[in-house]
Design a protein around this ligand. Structure first.
Ligand code: ATP
Ligand code: MG
Length: 262
């Protein structure tokens, strides 16, 4: 018998109410993720992907539905749930190491206790030697790597990543994907990854959830059967292209259906 999923999303609904009226961002989205799985969520811009991830990190509540991590409903931020945002959110007046240590200060914990772990992560992410550099002295890719170190320093069981490589060029992105797979293979974290890039989702994931145009609902789920470990050369294989094309077609069809008159 398989273990129960470490993450469950049941009937996730979210409606934002503001000065400009109501926006329904999510409508009954379901998801189940097993421990150690790498799962991506793809869908057209504005469909509700970030809304879902923010709810999974308890950065805002759902209007309806329920999210659990490790058997407990997510009602407030938990240290076992790490989050990496689209922008690295480095504080410009703190150097790289001080930025990585910042969450520990907020939680009133001594970062020295995590020193070995932070050093190891700095090594894996090729940031060694840049610990005293300020964000303004680092490239976008380096800042993004530092934000991954910051999220992993706490050793969360679950890592939520919202388009973490969105602002990077294609080469840096490939490099970051390899690094992320390397970290994931070593640490066996459970990762939920949001991206616009379908090839990126296919390359990284065990499973890809396609979300419909807003309000985000479940469209299709793809289990990616590409063997692991996956060298970058996998992305040049015909089967890889087939999967990417199929997912693109699903999203295209969903967008067409959404635009069709009722
Ligand atoms: N704080 C908010 N207040 C009001 N509406 C919001 C808020 N955050 C998001 N929305 C709306 O919810 C919908 C979903 O937004 P969300 O950011 O989740 O989309 P997304 O799928 O992450 O898009 P993208 O791929 O462009 O990042 C959008 O229509 C957006 O305008
Ligand atoms: Mg988003």
């Amino acid at each position: 018998m398989q273990n129960p999923p470490i993450i469950t999303v049941e009937n996730a609904c979210k409606t934002f109410t503001g000065d400009r009226g109501e926006v329904q961002a999510l409508d009954g989205f379901d998801m189940a993720v097993r421990e150690g799985q790498f799962v991506s969520i793809v869908g057209p811009s504005g469909c509700g992907k970030s809304t879902l991830l923010w709810a999974m990190a308890a950065l805002w509540p759902l209007t309806e539905g329920r999210i659990t991590v490790n058997g407990r409903e997510v009602l407030e931020p938990r240290r076992e749930i790490g989050m990496v945002f689209q922008t690295s959110n480095m504080l410009p007046w703190r150097n790289l190491l001080q930025n990585i240590r910042f969450p520990f200060e907020i939680m009133r914990e001594d970062p020295e206790r995590y020193r070995d772990r932070i050093d190891e992560l700095i090594e894996i992410t090729a940031l060694k030697g840049f610990e005293r550099h300020y964000p303004g002295e680092l490239s976008g890719g380096m800042q993004q790597r530092a934000s991954i170190v910051r999220a992993l320093a706490y050793d969360p069981r679950v890592l939520l990543m919202d388009e973490p490589f969105g602002a990077l060029d294609a080469f840096t992105r490939d490099e970051m994907n390899l690094m992320l797979l390397n970290i994931w293979e070593q640490s066996r974290k459970t990762i939920v990854f949001v991206t616009h890039q379908i090839p990126e989702a296919v390359y990284l994931s065990d499973r890809v959830y396609v979300m419909t145009p807003r309000p985000g609902r479940n469209s299709k789920i793809y289990d990616i059967d590409l063997p692991r470990p996956r060298p970058l050369s996998v992305t040049a294989e015909p089967h890889f292209f087939e999967i990417v094309a199929e997912i693109k077609q699903t999203i295209f069809q969903d967008v067409q259906n959404d635009a069709a008159p009722a």
